[in-house]
Design a protein around this ligand. Structure first.
Ligand code: ATP
Ligand code: MG
Length: 239
């Protein structure tokens, strides 16, 4: 038994099912995610990866099954995300989770620095502290000279690093990344990935990362394969 198996999961999904009209996107998924682990979610296009991530992160509520979030060891701390209403899920996402998508989804009218400060300001952080934390993160990601630029003035890799900084600004417990380097060439992808992983490992952040690319998955501690809305049996690669 490895060390992770002995730790209570930070996120635990049981019997997840979800349909869009007549399309069964998830057909009964069980998954445990352990604190601090980097999990790669692989699988063919349309297999249900993004839908799974959205259910795990409380973006959508599954039709059936449960998602339980246990941020720490204290009894009574666990939250059944799948039972929360929209406002509860939205609050949880803002305070506990970070998100990075394939295309950064930065606000085009704002500078890189201001894009990173937004989640902090929404969290009630004072503007001065938010700007300081954001500038530090941009520094860490090698973007110290790019804070005043707007997204259209950044390269694809730089924009993704700004998106990573924004996602990590609030020091989330779990970072959810959906093809975070899917729009980049291999050199820029590796750059974004290694820097994101360095920050994540340092902070002990749990990372759930969807990827098509086996080279990207190779950075993970463990990978699962989603096929036809289910986790493929026996495909759990241990660290
Ligand atoms: N909002 C939606 N409305 C209708 N159908 C949807 C919606 N979102 C997903 N689906 C369908 O659910 C299934 C799973 O989609 P999902 O986006 O989870 O796949 P995926 O594994 O992330 O694919 P990809 O690798 O292409 O991103 C697909 O058949 C898709 O067409
Ligand atoms: Mg997807």
């Amino acid at each position: 038994m490895n060390a992770q198996a002995q730790t209570a999961p930070i996120l635990s999904a049981r019997g997840l099912r979800h349909s869009f009209g007549s399309t069964e996107a998830l057909r009964g998924i069980d998954v445990d995610i352990h604190p601090g682990e980097v999990l790669a979610v692989m699988g063919p296009s349309g297999s249900g990866k993004s839908t799974l991530l959205h259910c795990l992160a409380g973006v959508i509520t599954p039709d059936a099954g449960s998602v339980t979030y246990q941020p720490g060891p204290a009894v009574g701390q666990s939250v059944t995300i799948s039972s929360l209403n929209e406002a509860g899920r939205s609050r949880l996402r803002l305070t506990e989770f970070g998100f990075v998508f394939q295309f950064g989804q930065l606000l085009p009218e704002l500078s890189a620095l201001d894009n990173v400060t937004i989640p902090l300001l929404l969290n009630g952080t004072r503007r001065k502290d938010a700007l300081q934390r954001s500038a530090e993160l941009l520094d860490r990601l090698g973007l110290q000279d790019n804070g005043t630029k707007r997204p259209s003035e950044l390269s694809g890799g730089q924009a993704q690093r700004v998106a990573v900084a924004r996602a990590l600004a609030t020091a989330p417990k779990i970072l959810f990344a959906d093809e975070p380097t899917g729009s980049l060439d291999s050199l820029a992808a590796e750059n974004v990935l290694t820097q994101m992983l360095q920050l994540v490992r340092e902070a002990g952040t749990t990372l759930v990362m969807i990827t098509h690319d086996p080279r990207t998955a190779a950075y993970a501690d463990r990978e699962i394969l989603v096929r036809d809305g289910a986790v493929a049996a026996g495909y759990q690669v241990a660290p």
